[in-house]
Design a protein around this ligand. Structure first.
Ligand SMILES: [Zn+2]
Length: 57
């Protein structure tokens, strides 16, 4: 069995005000979840834009 490390610092967040995307690593400096750019306290988790291609064949 292999342990799969989940790198939480690679989780991305998006500010709901200025729409900037930043990583949790940047956020960890702050106690609060807020945008490092504009300070807006509402951010959403951005999914990794890994394109999943499903071939329709
Ligand atoms: Zn912002």
């Amino acid at each position: 069995m292999r342990n799969i490390k989940i790198d939480t610092t690679s989780i991305k967040y998006r500010c709901l005000r200025c729409r900037r995307v930043f990583t949790a690593k940047k956020l960890s400096r702050e106690r609060q979840l807020k945008c490092p750019e504009c300070g807006f306290p509402v951010v959403e988790k951005a999914r990794r834009d890994m394109a999943i291609h499903i071939k329709a064949r």
